[in-house]
Design a protein around this ligand. Structure first.
Ligand code: GLY
Length: 362
């Protein structure tokens, strides 16, 4: 990784009880935080990618020594209770106690599972997220959602539990394959479509972003997410807007997990965004022209995801397990004009078939 980069906004925001820090100055904040909280031991959770590509830079910037490294296997298929047990065992073997801190250096999968492991280890130890993927920076690391998959059911087990701090350094994106980068972009598109039309329009420039523009867009999304979780931490209202694209998206992701075919979270969300934009149109929340523009924009970025008519039933039955559902109604968050969201929309089953067919180009 290079130690130089373009001009970066250096800012911080408050997400409930903890700070989200951005850019170079964040390392000093982190070091100060660790030095002043009297931790007995500091652990760093990494996966095989962040261990080789990000950890050396992180240690150099924080000047941390005497930390224990906890390796985690990357991949959504490893976000399981078994994976979590391995983290608990590692913490136990390395003699973590209740005054230990776990620093989570990785993407959304790692911050979800390691955040959950920390929350439940000895009834809870402090943890800090240092997201290394775009998805982690703009979404997963902020808002206190920690969790595991149960079989193919995404995030079925989990706890709302806040980190003690989040450190966002877009420099880690230098280590990210383009496919992973695009996966995170889907969450940014979601913010634009559901909450911020100007952001959506700016994202149309992808892939022509300068580093400075990219960093500002990341920070803007982090601020948007923070504002929302500050207002509705437990997802009783406004936070449901962040589920846009995720009802169908999670069902598609589950289908691919079941098939053991690799599909990134954002790639599934891209399908969900198109299909749910169709549902928004179907309910007269979106103009036809807007729907087509959204579909074309998303299709320009993401390769087509293959599923067939025979998969529709499986996708629909996954929707029944969606955590957003209460009493088996299919509760969608939809787009009500670009930049606005309609929450808790009940969708009849036949519309879902139509939406999936629309995605397929039918
Ligand atoms: N990723 C959606 C949320 O945090 O609510």
């Amino acid at each position: 990784m290079q130690a130089t980069q373009g001009k970066v906004v250096i800012e911080e925001i408050k997400a409930g009880s903890y700070g989200v820090f951005f850019g170079d100055s964040a390392y000093k904040k982190l070091r100060y935080y660790l030095d002043t909280h009297g931790y007995s031991k500091v652990f760093i959770a990494v996966d095989e990618n962040t261990q080789s590509l990000c950890l050396p830079y992180f240690l150099y910037r924080t000047e941390l020594s005497n930390c224990e490294i906890i390796p985690i296997q990357s991949g959504e298929e490893n976000k399981t209770l078994g994976g979590c047990i391995q983290i608990w065992h590692a913490l136990t073997r390395l003699r973590a106690d209740r005054k230990s801190a776990l620093l989570n250096l990785g993407g959304g999968m790692l911050t979800d599972i390691a955040g959950f492991a920390a929350t439940t280890f000895k009834r809870g130890i402090d943890f800090i997220h240092i997201p290394t993927t775009l998805l982690g920076m703009v979404d997963a690391s902020i808002g206190g959602k920690t969790g595991l998959n149960l079989g193919v059911l995404k995030n079925q087990i989990g706890a709302f539990s806040n980190p003690s701090m989040v450190l966002i350094d877009p420099r880690y994106l230098q280590t990210l394959p383009e496919r992973e980068y695009r996966s995170g972009l889907a969450e940014m598109i979601k913010y634009g479509l559901g909450l911020d039309e100007a952001l959506y329009r700016e994202l149309q420039a992808y892939p022509q972003f300068t580093t400075e523009r990219r960093d500002n867009l990341i920070w803007r999304c982090a601020k948007l997410k923070t504002r929302i979780v500050n207002e509705d931490f437990r997802e009783e209202g406004l936070r449901k807007a962040l589920n846009l694209g995720h009802s169908i998206g999670h069902a598609i992701e589950a289908l691919f997990l079941k098939r053991r075919e690799r599909l990134l979270h954002g790639e599934a969300i891209a399908v969900g965004l198109i299909a749910e934009a169709y549902l928004s149109y179907k309910l007269n929340y979106l103009e036809k022209g807007e729907l087509i523009q959204i579909r074309d924009f998303i299709r320009r970025i993401y390769p087509g995801v293959n599923f067939e008519k025979k998969d529709f039933q499986s996708i629909k039955s996954q929707l029944k397990h969606d955590k957003k559902n209460l009493r088996d109604a299919r509760n969608f968050s939809l787009i009500r004009g670009i930049g606005h969201c309609e929450l808790d929309v009940h969708i009849p089953e036949a519309f879902i078939d139509e939406a999936l067919r629309y995605y397929q180009g039918g």
